[in-house]
Design a protein around this ligand. Sequence first.
Ligand code: SF4
Ligand code: SF4
Length: 71
Amino acid sequence: MPVVNQVKCNGCGLCIDVCGLKAIVRVGSKVTVIEMEKCSWCIQCEIVCPTGAITCPYEIVFEEHPKTDNR
Ligand code: SF4
Ligand code: SF4
């Protein structure tokens, strides 16, 4: 899920405004993404963040496919 760097976050709230699914909530003066079941991974929060505090890391998983028969 999106990760918020609490040191870089200045609490501007732009990510909260841009998140149409309301997955980001404020905790104290900073924000934390805690409702991952709501997150659609649209990465708008990462794009809008002026300090680069939000990152949406992803993992590439390689899957083995069964061999095709080319006869
Ligand atoms: S990736 Fe999209 S849905 Fe998820 S928290 Fe960010 S803005 Fe909201
Ligand atoms: S947009 Fe970035 S700096 Fe602003 S509240 Fe969200 S995470 Fe923090």
